[in-house]
Every structure is written in structure tokens, then in C-alpha cells.
Ligand binder design. Structure first.
Ligand code: CAA
Length: 258
């Protein structure tokens, strides 16, 4: 798979997608977003990949939307750009396998929004994250106002977006924006370690968990609980729990159905 703005490697059932425009701190232009959409479409049809890691080349994860490109937009073009960003990040959020953001450096604006659309976020202790759009006279356009408020609460989201502050990795951990802070040189290994742990678990159970949590969060609580009950039952139709529980009782590791 050849991309101009991404480097994609697949190894041990883990796909690593690296944003690769280091000269502009991996800023997201339309072309990069379309490439991200293409690889997500390809991965959604590739059963050999069970976990995805996103990271960036150089000193940034992604420093936001490409300001050179955005500076020329009229309102119609801005709407189309936000629609594209939302479409691609929804595909990322709903990819039916876990996605880990390994935040190696600046994750700003659209970069923070990409991380928010991932399932888990691990950040290097030297990285900075934030939603600085108001510095440019705009608001977050790829889901930041909504996903950040849902993840960290409206008060925290409003503070970060109103001030445009870039916060440290430790502060991001304190407010629940990231799952883990690790030394820069351990970032990818830490992400792979989590991926490896996930790979040991029932693949169907992992897929269904993601769907239930994501769909449940968008539903009233009673509907979400019903969804959990139905999905719990559905697990038993796959053969996976039969193997998982048999393995437990036989004191061995499960041999998951592929
Ligand atoms: N778009 C386009 N180019 C960018 C960029 C961006 N988002 N971020 C950095 N660059 C470019 C710089 O213009 C610079 O290019 P030149 O070498 O040609 O001058 C190069 O990348 C290196 O950047 P700096 O020299 O600025 O690096 P620095 O270390 O001094 O500063 C930084 C780093 C604090 C991250 C700074 O680059 C910065 O503030 N970037 C912009 C961050 C931002 O505002 N992001 C939000 C964009 S809006 C958005 O994302 C909307 C949305 O929700 C969709």
C-alpha cells in the first residue's frame, strides 16, 4: 500500500498508520484526509488486522488542519472540509477493531480530534495537546466540541477550547483526555504492548465491546442496557465463549476461532 502522506505498516495483526508530512508538522490537508479514509476502508476489509495504531513522523502527531489550505476557504469550502473531516473521523471511530493513538508530539486542533476518535490514547511525556482553533478565529471542526465534551466533560472542553491552551501530557492524563503517559522512546512499544494484550482476547468479544460502548453512548441508558443484553447473548452464538470457558476449565490458553 503506497501513500503520499501516510506510512502504513502491517505486522503481527497490528497496522501502524504514521502521518508523514513532517515539514508541516503532519498538518491535515484534504489529500491526507482522503488517504486516511482510503486506508481505513482497506483495513475494514482486512481481517488479518485486529488492532490499529496511529502515530506521527517527527515532532508532531498532527498539528491540526492545514492552515495554508484552510486560509483560502470560503464558507462553502469550509463546510465541505468539516464534512470530510467528520466523515473520515467517524470511520475511524467506528472501525470494527480497536484503534490506539500513540501521540508522539503536538496533537493540536484536528490532531487532537483524531486522537479523540480513537479508542485509546497513549501520549509521550514530552508531547502537547490542545484545541487552539480560537487563536485562528475558528472553532474545532472535526468533532472536537462534541467528543472532547463527552470524554472529559463540558467544563473541561470549554476551558480547553476557549483558552486554546496547549496542555502537557501529565495535564492531559489528569483531565482524562489520555489513558497513559510514557517516555518518548517507549511510546510505540507501549502502544504495541496494549495491542498485544488485546490480541490475546476473544476477537469477537473485542469487536462487540467497541460497538456496544460506541452505540450505547449515543443512546438513552435503558436502550443501551438492552443493547448490552442482546449483544451478550449474541456472543454465545459465535462459538467464542464456548472455547474461552472450556479453555478456562481445562487450565489452558484459548484457541480462538479465526
Ligand atoms: N498547518 C500548516 N502548516 C503548519 C501547521 C498547520 N496546522 N502547523 C505547523 N505548520 C508548519 C509551519 O508553518 C512551519 O512551516 P515553515 O517551516 O514553512 O515555516 C512548520 O510547520 C514548522 O512549524 P513551526 O515553525 O511553527 O514549529 P514550532 O516548533 O515553532 O511550533 C507549533 C510548533 C506550536 C505546533 C506551531 O507550529 C503551531 O502553532 N501550529 C499550528 C497549530 C494549530 O493552530 N492547529 C490548529 C489548526 S485548526 C484545526 O485543526 C481546525 C479543525 O479542527 C479541523
Amino acid at each position: 500500500m503506497e501513500y503520499k502522506n501516510l506510512v502504513v505498516t502491517i505486522e503481527d495483526q497490528i497496522a501502524i498508520i504514521k502521518f508523514n508530512r513532517p515539514n508541516v508538522l503532519n498538518a491535515l490537508n484534504i489529500e491526507t484526509l482522503l488517504e486516511l479514509e482510503k486506508i481505513l476502508d482497506e483495513l475494514s476489509n482486512n481481517d488479518a488486522v485486529r488492532v490499529v495504531i496511529l502515530t506521527g513522523e517527527g515532532k508532531a502527531f498532527v498539528a491540526g488542519a492545514d492552515i495554508s489550505q484552510m486560509s483560502k476557504f470560503n464558507p462553502q469550502e469550509a463546510r465541505a472540509f468539516a464534512q470530510l473531516g467528520h466523515r473520515v473521523l467517524s470511520k475511524l471511530e467506528n472501525l470494527d477493531r480497536p484503534v490506539i493513538a500513540a501521540i508522539n508530539g503536538y496533537a493540536l486542533g484536528g490532531g487532537c480530534e483524531i486522537a479523540l476518535a480513537c479508542d485509546l490514547r497513549i501520549i509521550a511525556e514530552t508531547a502537547k495537546i490542545g484545541q487552539p482553533e480560537v487563536n485562528l478565529g475558528i472553532i474545532p471542526g472535526f468533532g472536537g466540541t462534541q467528543r472532547l465534551a463527552r470524554l472529559c466533560g463540558a467544563g473541561v472542553a470549554k476551558e480547553l477550547i476557549y483558552t486554546g491552551d496547549m496542555i502537557s501530557a501529565d495535564e492531559a492524563y489528569r483531565i482524562g483526555l489520555v489513558n497513559k503517559v510514557v517516555p518518548q522512546d517507549k511510546l510505540l512499544d507501549s502502544a504495541k504492548e496494549i495491542a498485544q494484550k488485546i490480541l490475546q482476547k476473544g476477537p469477537g468479544a473485542i469487536r462487540l465491546t467497541k460497538t456496544v460502548i460506541n452505540r450505547g453512548l449515543d443512546s438513552p441508558l435503558e436502550t443501551a442496557k438492552e443493547l448490552e443484553i442482546e449483544t451478550f447473548a449474541l456472543c454465545f452464538a459465535s462459538g467464542e465463549p464456548q472455547e474461552g470457558m472450556k479453555a478456562f476449565l481445562e487450565k489452558r490458553k484459548p484457541n480462538w476461532i479465526k
